[in-house]
Design a protein around this ligand. Structure first.
Ligand SMILES: [Zn+2]
Length: 86
C-alpha cells in the first residue's frame, strides 16, 4: 500500500486522539435525566463527541460513530487489506 494511505491513517489517528481528549473534558448530557420532549443527544462510541442531536421522537437512529471515526475505520480497513494482500 502507498505511504500516502499510511500518512492519512496516522493523521486520522492523531485527530481521533484530539477528539477523544476534547470530548473527555466535556460534560455528557444524560438523555434520561431530561424532561419529556427534550432533544436527544448522541455521542460517538469511539471518540465521544456529540455527533447528533435529534428530536425526542426521532425515527432513524444516528450511526454509533461520528463521521470522522467512520472515515478512520474505513481507512484502517484499506491499509490492513493492502498489507494482507499477497
Ligand atoms: Zn468519533
Amino acid at each position: 500500500m502507498t505511504d500516502e494511505n499510511h500518512r492519512a491513517l496516522e493523521a486520522a489517528l492523531a485527530a481521533f486522539k484530539s477528539r477523544r481528549e476534547a470530548s473527555s473534558r466535556q460534560v455528557r448530557i444524560d438523555n434520561g435525566a431530561l424532561p419529556a420532549g427534550s432533544p436527544m443527544f448522541f455521542y460517538c462510541h469511539s471518540c465521544g463527541v456529540n455527533h447528533a442531536t435529534l428530536r425526542e421522537d426521532y425515527e432513524v437512529p444516528p450511526p454509533h460513530h461520528c463521521r470522522d471515526c467512520r472515515a478512520m475505520m474505513e481507512l484502517t480497513k484499506i491499509v490492513q487489506a493492502a498489507e494482507e494482500a499477497p
